[in-house]
Write a protein that binds this ligand. Structure first.
Ligand code: H2U
Ligand code: ZN
Length: 337
């Protein structure tokens, strides 16, 4: 393995990452986060996502039995925002932006997480993501639909009840625009970036965490976060509606396995942000786009020691010590039950 300091190109964003494998053993005397008691009741009367409870602004969460989607009571974007050209003033550029923000409860059970749910129940979450993508994406002015989850207080989740969010908006967000550009450039010679990338990863078998018939989870060669993973279908598919029933079951399976491994790594409910990058819904075909999910977990070396994206990362470029290969080996060595 290459142990000297080096940089790697993130092919999905076009950005460089610095890797310093020799620093992985340096001592730590920095911040230690509190470990919160993980045990929760099946129903919490004070939880706004539990069935039958009141939400902010007077709404009530119904007695749902599977997944449940509602319009966010505090949406960051609104559909009725007037499409105004707000104008440029020299270096000051501003545009109005319309959008729709929703919340998706994965389960009525307050005490579960995605990885603790049954395969059938996870499959229903997959189907709900699919339905929301189709429904919101078919609105003519919506060009991007992002389904995502913030898990854990460390990632800013407001509530431990298993839930995610959906933000759909008028223009492509930065990360998506970068990935679109990179995939389009790569596709100029007729190939798919992530199909080619996955073939190389399967050949080397150095960064694969787990896989099934239709999906692979791996620590990307260019991972920024210590235990970051990328989940992608083996076949060239651009969005959830492209998947057949068997592939959706396989997707539920891989999500369950990845999240269970995560929870085993440091023995806590592993915090992360995750979300699906599906092709834009801007009316173009986007044959270059390969569906994938990113998992961005902040923890570095224990339940309480996290990676900070600070100084050099903020001012120069991302940097990591533990190599993606070592991280993958660790995740791969963990049980899934
Ligand atoms: P996070 O846990 O990822 O923050 O998502 C919870 C969302 O739920 C958050 O966006 C919304 C917040 O605006 N929310 C409601 O829509 N209604 C409520 O009663 C409380 C929180
Ligand atoms: Zn709850």
């Amino acid at each position: 393995m290459f142990t000297a300091p080096h940089r790697r190109l993130n092919r999905l964003t076009g950005e460089w990452l610095l890797v310093s494998p020799h620093r992985a053993t340096r001592p730590w005397q920095g911040q230690v986060e509190d470990v919160v008691d993980e045990r929760r009741p099946e129903y919490d009367p004070s939880c706004y996502l539990c069935p039958g409870n009141d939400r902010a602004g007077g709404a009530t969460t119904p007695e749902y039995t599977s997944t449940y989607v509602f319009d966010n009571d505090f949406p960051a974007l609104r559909p009725e925002t007037p499409a105004e050209q707000l104008g440029d003033d020299g270096p000051l550029v501003m545009e109005s932006e319309r959008g729709i923000c929703r919340v998706l409860c994965f389960s009525p059970r307050h005490d579960l997480s995605l990885g603790e749910m049954s395969l059938d129940a996870i499959r229903r979450v997959v189907d709900t993501w699919n339905d929301q993508y189709v429904q919101l994406g078919s609105i003519d002015w919506i060009r991007y639909v992002l389904v995502f989850e913030n898990r854990g207080a460390m990632m800013g989740a407001s509530n431990p009840h298993p839930h995610g969010q959906i933000w759909a908006n008028e223009r492509l967000p930065n990360e998506v625009a970068r990935e679109l550009h990179q995939q389009q450039m790569y596709a100029a010679n007729g190939q798919c970036l992530l199909c080619d990338y996955l073939a190389v990863e399967l050949k080397h078998d150095e960064r694969i965490v787990c896989a099934n018939e239709h999906f692979v989870a791996l620590v990307p060669f260019w991972a920024t976060w210590p235990f970051e993973t990328l989940v992608l279908p083996r076949a060239h598919q651009g969005a959830l509606p492209d998947l057949d029933a068997g592939e959706r079951d396989a997707l539920a399976d891989i999500l369950r396995r990845v999240t269970r491994r995560y929870d085993r790594l440091f023995g806590v409910a592993f915090p992360y942000s995750t979300g699906w990058h599906q092709r834009p819904t801007d009316g173009e075909a986007h044959p270059e786009w390969h569906l994938h999910a990113h998992f961005y977990p902040p923890l570095l070396r224990s339940a309480t020691i996290r990676k900070f994206m600070v100084g050099y990362e903020l001012l120069a470029q991302p940097q990591r010590d533990i190599t993606p290969e070592n991280a993958a080996q660790l995740l791969r060595s963990l049980p899934e039950d």
